[in-house]
Design a protein around this ligand. Structure first.
Ligand code: IYR
Length: 227
């Protein structure tokens, strides 16, 4: 049991963390890099079911993300229901069709060609789970006051990263899908006014035949500057 102490009226617990000598740290960081590098965004999902308990733990892992003033400004909707998934697919494709045909610039469409994406989103029905992340802009208080959350975009972005890592760790795959505009998700899932859809993440096993673009990651020199 951690020891508690009170600072300025607020409870604190003592914290220790496993640390490693440099050679072990180096080995562990290599292993982590190798493992993270195996994560890929996938669009070809198997319909095989995934136990709800796995999804619950993945969501709890995402919920360990740091957040502004520890407000945890997120709601994760996990959709398994086939009827709802069909509705989500239809609404997403309606928006995506308009995006691909009218709303996206020529430059944008050209940038997406190596990924071979289009308005057709079968994975929204095939994947056994759709996780929709909602950011909580404010918390409604009983007297009607809207108590704003802080750094909501940053906080939920970090939670999304944790979510993807937890999915990868479970041996599952995901897609960071951003149908735009995303308002239809709040409507279909009957979310309250303080919640705005942030990201739609289909989760499942990769299909038996699953192709991903042959992408190259930037080198350390390209992404990092040491001072
Ligand atoms: N939201 C669309 C388009 C799209 C945009 C980007 I930037 C991508 O990296 C991939 C797709 C879609 O989901 O197809």
């Amino acid at each position: 049991m951690p020891t508690q102490k009170i600072i300025d009226g607020f409870p604190f617990v003592d914290y220790t963390h496993d640390t490693y000598p440099p050679p072990d740290m180096i080995r562990r960081s290599h292993e982590m890099l190798h493992w993270m590098d195996k994560r890929r965004t996938v669009r070809d999902f198997s319909p095989n079911p995934v136990p709800r308990e796995v999804i619950e733990n993945i969501l709890l892992s995402a919920g360990t993300a740091p957040s502004g003033a520890h407000k945890q400004p997120w709601t994760f909707c996990a959709v398994q229901d086939a009827v709802l998934k069909t509705k989500i697919r239809a609404a997403a494709e309606e928006e995506e069709y308009k995006s691909y045909h009218n709303r996206m610039s020529e430059e944008w469409l050209k940038d997406l060609r190596p990924l071979q994406t289009n308005w057709d989103k079968p994975f929204l029905e095939t994947a056994p789970w759709l996780i929709i992340l909602f950011k909580r802009i404010y918390e409604p208080e009983p007297d009607g006051h809207k108590h704003n959350n802080y750094y909501v975009q940053e906080s939920i972005g970090i939670a999304a990263g944790f979510l993807l890592t937890a999915i990868h760790n479970a041996g599952l795959v995901a897609l960071t899908h951003t149908p735009s505009p995303m308002n239809f998700l709040a409507e279909l899932l009957e979310r309250p006014e303080n919640e705005k859809a942030f990201l739609l993440v289909p989760v499942g096993y990769p299909a038996a035949e699953c192709w991903v673009p042959d992408l190259k990651r930037k080198t350390l020199e390209e992404i990092a500057v040491f001072y």
